[in-house]
Design a protein around this ligand. Sequence first.
Ligand SMILES: NC(=O)c1ccc[n+]([C@@H]2O[C@H](COP(=O)([O-])OP(=O)(O)OC[C@H]3O[C@@H](n4cnc5c(N)ncnc54)[C@H](OP(=O)(O)O)[C@@H]3O)[C@@H](O)[C@H]2O)c1
Length: 248
Amino acid sequence: MSDMSARTTIVVGASRGLGHGIAVAFAEAGAPVIAVSRTTTEFPEPSNGAGSIRTETTDAGAATVPASLIDRYEPSTVVLVAGATPHMRPLQEQTWETFSVNWETDVRITFHWLREVLLKPLRPGSRVVVISSGAVLGGSPLSGGYAGAKATQRYITGYAQDEANRAGLDITFTTVLPRFAPMTGVGLPAVQAYAARAGRPVEDFVNRIGPLLTPELAGTAMVDLVRTGAAEVAAGYELNGAGLRKLS
Ligand SMILES: NC(=O)c1ccc[n+]([C@@H]2O[C@H](COP(=O)([O-])OP(=O)(O)OC[C@H]3O[C@@H](n4cnc5c(N)ncnc54)[C@H](OP(=O)(O)O)[C@@H]3O)[C@@H](O)[C@H]2O)c1
């Protein structure tokens, strides 16, 4: 799958952070990219002139948006990155509204989009990648319902794969669990909160994390993942600055 020019790619949550890096990387790889977010942003022109980025400014969690964008663009690849920044406070300082913010955004978006991918359905050979979180593997005690919401994204991505298999759709669903990317909208408040709890300066905390994830590295990893043959792709991967690691 080295030629991406026929693989229209919708990146949901592309105005900044990891999603921005992922949209840029797919365009650089030659794909026509549809970059979805509620606010507009600038994208660099792909340097090789092959790919392109078109923006769609809309709320990806609105019930009618996935059907409308999937009908209009007929993507072969959908990457769901969009998510809310959790309220970084211990449990007793959460309200139900702050606790559930990632359920109302991340899970809602994943639910609506996966459902539409199956209903349409996307054409055989299509790929769907859902960005969950490494918090799924160990919890995230300072971010309310975040880890549970990200775990639910992983579960329903698996449910979607089962339904696609049962219907013989030949669509591959993958969940990716990133570790800290400390310069983005979700990552920065998280490292600040966990550094404060550990009583360490943010820089010291960040230096101990290991190879750091950046939007550019996330973009390269997602392009590599989609270029990997479906038969070799695992259901889930952890992602950090060193790249993807298959989860068993
Ligand atoms: N950064 C990390 O350390 C880290 C670690 C693990 C997992 N993750 C996951 O990776 C994803 C990206 O994180 P990030 O740090 O890059 O986030 P970010 O910098 O805050 O960017 C979030 C993106 O999602 C979009 N978005 C949010 N709600 C949306 C909606 N309703 N409709 C359309 N777009 C929407 C935002 O655009 P608009 O505001 O313009 O709509 C923005 O482009 C999230 O799912 C997060 O949970 C991040």
